[in-house]
Design a protein around this ligand. Structure first.
Ligand code: CTP
Ligand code: MG
Length: 236
């Protein structure tokens, strides 16, 4: 399975002066955790990191430290996530017929989630990892007045990985460019083209590190995971 990792953002909401994926998180750059999960997936054979040239040297250093250089290709991204993914799709090897796309900023996704998505992608042309929404969601209009309360049993929070048939997703991106669609994930392009997108159960811990509080939560979760792993090692 081919995996594209959008990593060409700037991390504006993190308030940092560099790409947030290079910030330290529990002893490693944030992106290293994302790559480690992909590396341990049984299904991922090829990884394309979509980045900006100013970050390439740092990304390369991370890839070298993980021993991943042979499996990684660097692809130049664009000014929005949507543009970056389009660049990534065009940078895929010609024989790639299905692709998983996973945000570099979702550094807590597990190898099992990558495997689950890759397996499901064998039988469907479009899918996303998602979890049921826990909060009651309000639709709010002018003057901070609530317009409606959607039925929560139908609401799911979208995550990545998202997976697609490469030719179909490329065609959706191209239609989006022609029609000026602006979307925040690839599933939205597939949906707008009338194509089916299936839900694969995601993970509650698969958060997108966006603001400083997310970084603190991610550190806490990694610390817990490592503690559990080392206590089970001692029992073996
Ligand atoms: N991304 C990308 N190309 C862009 C913008 C974003 O590849 N032009 C990537 C980010 O690097 C990130 C993922 O898309 O891994 C999700 O985006 P987001 O969390 O919004 O990251 P940033 O755009 O970097 O953050 P912000 O919106 O706060 O600036
Ligand atoms: Mg962004």
């Amino acid at each position: 399975m081919h995996l594209l990792i959008p990593a060409a953002g700037s991390g504006r909401r993190m308030g940092s002066d560099r790409n947030k994926l290079l910030l330290p998180l529990f002893g490693k750059p944030l992106l290293a955790w994302t790559l480690l999960a992909a590396q341990h997936s049984r299904q991922i054979e090829w990884i394309g990191i979509i980045g900006q040239p100013m970050d390439w040297q740092d990304f390369k250093t991370i890839a070298v430290e993980l021993g991943l250089v042979d499996r990684i290709q660097f692809i130049q991204g664009g000014s929005t996530r949507q543009e970056s993914v389009y660049c990534g799709l065009k940078g895929l090897p010609a024989h790639a017929d299905r692709v998983l796309i996973h945000d570099g900023a979702r550094c807590l996704a597990t190898p099992e989630l990558f495997d689950r998505c890759a397996e499901a992608l064998e039988t469907t042309p479009g899918l996303i990892a998602a979890v049921p929404v826990k909060d009651t969601i309000k639709v709010v209009g002018e003057a901070a007045l609530i317009q409606s309360t959607p039925d929560r049993s139908q609401l799911w929070a979208a995550q990545t990985p998202q997976g697609f048939d490469v030719k179909q997703l490329l065609a959706c991106h191209e239609q989006g460019i022609r029609q000026g669609w602006e979307v925040t994930d690839d599933a939205a392009l597939f949906e707008q083209c009338g194509l089916p997108v299936k839900i694969v159960l995601g993970e509650e811990t698969n958060l997108k590190v966006t603001t400083p509080v997310d970084l603190a939560i991610a550190e806490f979760i990694l610390r817990q995971r490592l503690a559990v792993a080392s206590s089970s090692d001692h029992q073996d």
